[in-house]
Design a protein around this ligand. Structure first.
Ligand code: ADP
Ligand code: MG
Length: 641
């Protein structure tokens, strides 16, 4: 039996116990005791016989209840079940009462079936997330003194060379020195199409090398690798709880004692005050006790959020806590950073306009040297365009001015590379450029050398991302950028963004987001999406900060609440859709469970509900709610070309 195999040893023992108890229960229920024995012997025989399956199924519940009372934890579900079932058996001592031994045994049996199922379901979702998160490499093959050596990835230092053979998991982040291969990145990004990688490409730990052997120069210690970062994010995610989730926990703390209190009042007051039959009202009180168990809520709601986070990470969206799922589901404004978020951040040089008497190659050479130490996408592209070697030893006193450019000494001469704001600040007269594109002005010792015009490429799914957000019900899309207004307008028009704010310094981006936040309708949330280069403060300021994880800076991944592992802006809409689905399931469970329980409580109070209905109200609702919660874990795998 596949089902039995999937159970743990402990679960299998409980399962066998329940089956045996159920079989005995069925035999006892079918015995024609009334015709075999005369009263009251038939009744006592029934009592003793039902006690057997009851104890087989529930001895551990009784034991836990007794132990927990010793610890002062009275209102736990073991206690409630014990009192309710023992009470049902005890009704036999009331001469005018009907026998309820069968119900007592049945409540315990079904309660145990429900517990087993719950244990199984929770274990299964944990396992499926753990499987997906099974991205940790077991070893790294490092080259030392010309020999390959298998070592713990923790023992490899930055700068060492490792070999990754086909079929192996890439153990560390680095740069491919040699070889070409296909990589399976599904564990990191959910992307099912293999990616090609060759010498000169960067590679992330956690992917699986499919076809060719490669040698990789390690660029980060294992503790800072992609694998470690993902594992940490997912492990910490359960600590940040959604408001809905903590509301349920708090609610359960009050719900149970209140219902137990009413149960006691129901059982005692009417007989005592109005002289009604004890057995009748005790039975109603017992039904209350069975229904007072909040397990359908306290298990299913956290399980739903857990499933939602798991589903998101399956497609490469890391959500740092269920509170962010809740916020994401309410997002109506999405604010984008331009460079690196909507665009690739790899600029091509469109033109170099040199001043009279200056050669274009000098302009590029000074620019590339001044940018030698910058991580800005512009700097990387300028260095790429300048094909010569960069002598870092002649560059000193580098000052990077966020949103403006860089200022550096190159061979004892002051070089400025940046936009018009930088030139104005340094009082260098410059020439405007009529070409569309980002313009990098270059000045040497206060004299203008000319400018380099560069253009960025839109990400393939940028337009689709905005369209999907609109169809997901996001009302407003905004773009913030430090780039020129012309470039900003052109990009916005192409991707269909509603509103743009250009030529912003990083601090202005924060102010802009703050004023957008102030204008939000109550309950509507604002998401900011950035790559973290110059915008980490904005990521923290927004209701929910979404960062590009693959190329984004470490600061962004730290500051963000949600990380998109494959940098695709279209995943923002996916994240919002998943978040809404999770919230929907959580609320379905809350309303369903409370609705059924309240209905049964009312029916029990007026004497219509039976113990059997109460069992459904507890165990049945719990099982249904868990089944519903498990839907949150399901997600369509994305297929991208
Ligand atoms: P975005 O808001 O589009 O992400 P940034 O805030 O990072 O852009 O940069 C805004 C502008 O500042 C750039 O368009 C560029 O003109 C200038 N700039 C920033 N960093 C640099 C740099 N390292 N070199 C040259 N120019 C830079
Ligand atoms: Mg940026």
């Amino acid at each position: 039996m596949r089902f039995l195999d999937s159970l743990s040893k402990r679960q299998r023992r409980t399962f066998v116990r329940i089956v045996i108890a159920l079989a005995i229960f069925a035999v006892v229920a079918l015995l024609p005791l009334d015709s075999l024995l005369s009263q009251p012997y038939a009744l006592w025989a029934e009592f003793v016989l039902f006690l057997i399956p009851y104890l087989i199924a529930g001895y551990d519940v009784l034991w836990k209840a007794a132990r927990n009372i010793g610890h002062g934890q009275i209102f736990d579900e073991n206690f409630l079940m014990s009192v309710a079932t023992l009470g049902a058996f005890a009704l036999v001592f009331f001469p005018d009462a009907e026998a309820h031994m069968a119900e007592g045994a049945a409540v315990m049996l079904f309660y145990q079936v429900g517990e087993l199922f719950q244990d199984y379901a929770v274990g299964k979702s944990r396992k499926s997330i753990a499987d997906m998160m099974d991205i940790a490499p077991e070893f790294a093959t490092v080259m030392r003194e010309g020999q390959q050596q298998e070592v713990d990835p923790y023992d490899v230092s930055v700068g060492e060379t490792i070999v990754v053979k086909p079929g192996e998991r890439v153990p560390l982040d680095g740069l491919i020195l040699d070889g070409a291969t296909q990589l399976d990145t599904a564990a990191l990004t959910g992307e099912s199409v293999p990616r090609t990688a060759k010498a000169g490409d960067r590679i992330n730990s956690g992917c699986i090398n499919l076809t060719g052997a490669i040698t990789v120069q390690v660029e980060k210690p294992y503790s800072e690798s992609t694998v470690q970062r993902i594992l940490e994010l997912v492990e910490n995610a359960s600590e940040k709880k959604a408001r809905t989730e903590s509301f349920i926990t708090r609610f359960a703390r009050y719900y149970t004692p209140i219902v137990v209190g009413i149960a006691a009042a129901l059982a005692i007051l009417p007989p005592l005050v109005l002289g009604q039959s004890w057995s009748d009202w005790i039975e109603r009180g017992l039904i209350f006790l069975v229904v007072s168990c909040p397990c359908a809520l306290v298990i299913s709601v956290p399980l739903t959020f857990f499933g939602g986070i798991g589903a998101a990470s399956k497609v490469g969206i890391l959500v740092k806590g269920s509170n962010y799922l809740e916020v994401l589901s309410q997002v109506d404004t999405v604010v984008f950073d331009k460079t690196g978020t909507l665009t690739n951040g790899t600029f091509n040089v469109v033109a170099i306009h040199a001043n009279e008497g200056v050669s274009p190659s000098d302009v590029l050479q000074f620019a590339a040297h001044a940018e030698a130490f910058s991580n800005h996408p512009i700097a990387l592209s300028v260095r790429e365009a300048y094909q010569g070697a960069i002598d870092e030893s002649i560059v000193s006193q580098v000052q990077e001015q966020s949103g403006k450019g860089v200022r550096a000494m190159v061979e004892e001469r002051l070089v400025l590379v940046g936009n018009h704001a930088l030139m104005e600040q340094e009082q260098v007269p410059f020439q405007a450029c009529e070409l569309a594109g980002t313009v990098l002005h270059v000045a040497l010792d206060g004299a203008y050398l000319g400018h380099i015009v560069i253009a960025d490429v839109l990400k393939g799914d940028a337009r689709q991302a905005v369209l999907q957000l609109q169809s997901a019900g996001v009302k407003r899309t905004v773009m913030l950028t430090g780039d020129r207004a012309e470039v900003a307008e052109a990009v916005a028009a192409e991707v269909g963004i509603n509103q743009t704010f250009a030529e912003l310094l990083p601090e202005h981006k924060v102010q802009q987001v703050e004023s957008l936040l102030a204008a939000q309708l109550p309950g509507a949330k604002l998401a900011f999406v950035g790559d973290g280069i110059n915008d980490a403060p904005v990521l923290t300021r927004a209701d929910v900060g979404i960062a590009m994880g693959a190329m984004g800076s470490d600061a962004a991944i730290e500051a963000a609440d949600v990380v998109l592992m494959d940098d695709r802006p279209s995943h923002i809409a996916t994240a919002i859709t998943l978040a809404r689905k999770t919230m929907r399931i959580a609320w379905q469970n809350i309303i369903f469970a409370l609705g059924v329980k309240i209905a049964i409580l009312i029916l029990a109070a007026v004497g219509i509900a039976t113990m059997w209905l109460a069992v459904f109200g507890d165990v049945g609702v719990c099982v249904l709610a868990i089944l519903n919660a498990m839907r949150a874990l399901r997600v369509k795998q994305v297929h991208k070309g």
